[in-house]
Design a protein around this ligand. Structure first.
Ligand SMILES: Cc1cc2nc3c(=O)[nH]c(=O)nc-3n(C[C@H](O)[C@H](O)[C@H](O)COP(=O)(O)O)c2cc1C
Length: 202
């Protein structure tokens, strides 16, 4: 697929066909994720791959309240159909220690030196490559947030080490068009270029 088509066709898919995903595609998505840029080449990311029905069930059980799980809405019903869930995680400590190395020299490991949390940014860039790989392979994917109150349970269920923070999660599967929960783009327009680009001066 042409790159411009990958970019244009990508959108979040929130329901999936009852069809397994070729593990080679999942591997390609993860491999592509590691081609993302990272500050100081810190690569302070990690990806929890859940690709068995049991693990995917445990993911939803650990990130969803009991009431919602008992009566899933359209969003949850569609998302739970995805055969694969990837949890991209960021590792702040990898950045602090990387930037304390001689070529960077921030030996105080002071977080205030960072203009924004590059560890989350890099995990997000890697996540986009997973989403784009899905489109390129003719699959669908959706990046979504994990409610903060469920993060401890998620970490415990899958033994995620304390230094790794899930920045969200990605469902991956065969896309089912125009079914499932509609995304925000059905309710609000894409901003025009002249609304977001400031040429030369703001
Ligand atoms: C950081 C981030 C968090 C998001 N969280 C959710 C979420 O919790 N649930 C969801 O259904 N979609 C979520 N989305 C998807 C956005 O709603 C979606 O990207 C946006 O509406 C634009 O639609 P498109 O990606 O289909 O073009 C998230 C996207 C991003 C980048």
């Amino acid at each position: 697929m042409e790159f411009k088509d990958v970019v244009r066709r990508r959108r979040m898919i929130r329901t999936y066909a009852d069809q397994p995903v070729d593990p080679a595609i999942v591997d390609r998505a993860l491999s592509n994720a590691t081609r993302a840029p990272s500050a100081g080449f810190s690569q302070g990311w990690a990806f929890l791959l859940l690709d068995t029905a049991e693990d995917v069930r445990l993911f939803w059980a650990s990130t969803t309240g009991a009431e919602d799980l008992a009566a899933p809405d359209t969003w949850l019903t569609g998302m739970m159909r995805a055969p694969v869930v990837i949890v991209p995680c960021s590792n702040k400590s990898a950045y602090l220690s990387r930037y304390a190395e001689p070529d960077k020299g921030w030996t105080d490991e002071d977080e205030a030196r960072w203009p924004v949390p590059f560890w989350h940014m890099d995990a997000a860039m890697a996540s986009l490559l997973i989403l784009q790989t899905a489109v390129d392979a003719g699959l669908g994917a959706c990046f979504f947030g994990v409610p903060p109150e469920h993060l401890p349970q998620l970490a415990e269920a899958f033994e995620i080490p304390a230094e790794f923070t899930p920045v969200g999660a990605i469902t991956l599967g065969h896309r089912v068009e125009d079914v499932g929960a509609p995304g925000s783009p059905t309710r609000r327009p894409r901003l025009r270029l002249d609304e977001v680009v400031h040429r030369g001066r703001w």
